[in-house]
Design a protein around this ligand. Sequence first.
Ligand SMILES: Nc1ncnc2c1ncn2[C@@H]1O[C@H](COP(=O)(O)OP(=O)(O)OP(=O)(O)O)[C@@H](O)[C@H]1O
Ligand SMILES: [Mg+2]
Length: 236
Amino acid sequence: MIDIRNLERSYKTGAGQTWVLRRIDLKIDRGEFVTLMGPSGAGKSSLLNAIALLDDQWLGEYYFDGDPVHAMGRKQRAELAKRSMGMVFQSYHLLDELTVAENIDLPLSYKNMPRAERQALVADTLDRFNIVGKKDLFPSQLSGGQQQLVGIARAVIHNPTLLLADEPTGNLHSEQAKEIMELFKELNRQGTTILQVTHSETNAAYGNRLLEVRDGWLVNDSSNPRLNAAQESTTR
Ligand SMILES: Nc1ncnc2c1ncn2[C@@H]1O[C@H](COP(=O)(O)OP(=O)(O)OP(=O)(O)O)[C@@H](O)[C@H]1O
Ligand SMILES: [Mg+2]
């Protein structure tokens, strides 16, 4: 599904250039549930944002289902993201002035879906996430865990093949976090490929593959034990 080769990302800073992602090679297959860990500032969000196509300032090659993202223009990338990806954020990123139902409906507004079908899909999704009773409330009237349920409902309503999550339980209590992780597990069981960033070992245990970044380098991949040794033997 994802094939990244030699991906790099840097920022222009006062002094010059700061590299935040270095020569990342990464393949993710359909159906995987991958966890990305590493210290604060290691480049986890930078990598996730590149994969999610929220960032386009990276270098290298990125194939999504065989299509070269690096060769796509802005519009094509946006279409790919809208069609195939859903993103969940630590701070939910819901629109405060929209109700729960309206927030969930948002990704569908980009599709040419008949009104009745759209309403039915929103109703189904509210039901599936157990938030029917909250549909006319605004995000500020929900608990953090409930807001994240809405965030996930919004991320998956268009049935993306890839779900990306950046510390999705970072602001939640452990009970709420568990609920979110169980939900991820179920979505993955139903076929959604997941890439999550987390600092939590408990959350990581829900996945079936662990990646580790440090100082912008991918230094460990549980599905590729040789990577670690290869990195250590290379002087850069
Ligand atoms: N807009 C920016 N300009 C300059 N440097 C940036 C910018 N955004 C991120 N960085 C730098 O990129 C590096 C990686 O940041 P990133 O947000 O990817 O880390 P992270 O692993 O997600 O950390 P955390 O666990 O704290 O979320 C950091 O050194 C950060 O300072
Ligand atoms: Mg981050």
